[in-house]
Design a protein around this ligand. Structure first.
Ligand code: ZN
Length: 208
């Protein structure tokens, strides 16, 4: 998950130029060719600003700048198109924020398990939920220290998610599933129970 850094482009979307129509009333741009209008607020109170630019012709971008959420659009877009883009971009911002908060919770849980259950010094560089991982419950990339957890686990009992986290964390130390790895993961008391649960889910998916 990319963190929203101040001033960094969060999203850039190409504008469908063939559908762009020209409004009867165009807001006049200043000498710089740029106008800024506050059009609303995000859930957390951040001001939403529309920046119309004559120089920008083909793309719409949204980014955080000096504490404001800026939606930068070509000056020739209509007010209707402007409203549409503001809605699209603020929805994307809200989704990204929710995803980031949920990844942060997962990361904190992983840290806790590494410290209190596995008692290893290795830590993942990132822990994140993934939507496109249905065949594997989790994965660990040892070279980068990244752990990914299938979002399917979000709705399962907490000890099942914990067990998958413990499994992936153990891979930070042990590459294979050999005896040393088994010793590590068995430090989680409900490991066998959780694995049996997941076997049951997999079975049902194949036969359901
Ligand atoms: Zn494994």
């Amino acid at each position: 998950m990319t963190r929203a850094a101040d001033g960094a482009d969060l999203w850039t979307a190409p504008v469908d130029v063939t559908r762009a129509t020209y409004p009867g009333r165009v807001r006049t741009a200043g000498t710089s060719g740029v106008t800024r209008t506050v059009v609303g607020h995000l859930e957390d109170g951040t001001e939403v600003v529309v920046r119309r630019s004559r120089r920008r012709t083909r793309t719409v971008s949204a980014f955080l700048e000096r504490g404001q959420f800026v939606v930068a659009i070509p000056d020739r877009l209509t007010e209707g198109q402007e409203r549409e883009w503001v809605r699209t971009m603020t929805e994307r911002a809200a989704t990204a924020t929710r995803a980031r908060r949920s990844d942060e919770r997962l990361e904190r849980r992983a840290e806790e398990l590494a410290r209190t259950v596995l008692r290893i010094s290795e830590r993942p560089t990132a822990v994140s939920w993934v939507d496109n991982q249905h065949k594997r419950w989790g994965s660990c990339t040892q070279q980068t220290g990244q752990i990914r957890i299938s979002r399917d686990l979000a709705e399962m009992p907490a000890h099942v998610l914990d067990a998958v986290l413990v499994h992936e964390l153990a891979h930070l130390r042990e590459y294979s599933h050999g005896p040393a790895f088994q010793d590590l993961v068995q430090r989680y008391p409900r490991m066998d129970e959780a694995m049996a649960f997941l076997d049951g889910v997999s079975w049902q998916r194949q036969h359901g």
